[in-house]
Design a protein around this ligand. Sequence first.
Ligand code: SF4
Length: 290
Amino acid sequence: MICHLCPRDCGAERTETRRGGVCGMPSVPVAARAMLHQWEEPCLVGEHGAGCVFFSGCNLRCCFCQNKPISQGEVGKVLTAERLREIFHGLIDQGAACLDLVTPTHFTDAVLEALGDEPWPVPVVWNCGGYEKPETLRRLEGKVQVYLPDLKYALPGPAAKYSGAADYFDWAGRAIWEMYRQTGPYKMENGLLTRGVLIRHLVLPGELENTRRVIDWVAETFRPGEVLFSLMAQYTPQPGAVGNLARHVTRAEYRAAVAYMSNCGLADGYTQERTSAKEEYTPDFDLTGL
Ligand code: SF4
């Protein structure tokens, strides 16, 4: 394939054996772990956990990424679409509350093939960085029930500085609109999210203004009952981080973000304890479950 799947628009040649583009991945799926995961938002976890498949490679390559060994490293096992489908079935057999596809964008073709045309017994969750093309998302219509995009930045400054994507917000805003067009207002059954859009935002140290602008956009764009919003506190400094990124988010910063969210009327959603900034959130990427 000559790849134009995401806003990087690399035009890179990606084949079964040839890796290319910013994501650095071949055309066939590569993943680093499949598991039941307890650390997603409660509406995705249920009794046994979200059925996560962690894909390797990423189109954003944020410098603070907590999953660098798989997003920017070489860790991962090459799969076929057929094997991916078996993995999905295996997670459901273990009691997964949903199929949680983590960073799947660059494998859209293979994921669509693995999902097939029949409905799945649990919601399919597209868990992505938000830097998506609406035209690629349109191909997922009817196959994905829950969108779980990050909305990392509303300001071009930090988007350029940390992810090399000054145009992040232009794309993410339109992508989230397309997601919402497909799902409509979120729906819950027995505490589980069965349909809808859950927007995540990770508070970054020293970037409160960016967080406020993200919250403004969500509050001004959607009415209560339309989307869910998750304000995340789990930023963890990575080795070699410099400047503000070398520290955790302070208690005052996170409190200010929670207060701003509340003042803007964003009541449909989640906040985290600051003590959740632990490495437990990051599983071992040891290829188990693949
Ligand atoms: S999916 Fe990968 S190769 Fe394709 S446009 Fe995006 S970053 Fe480039």
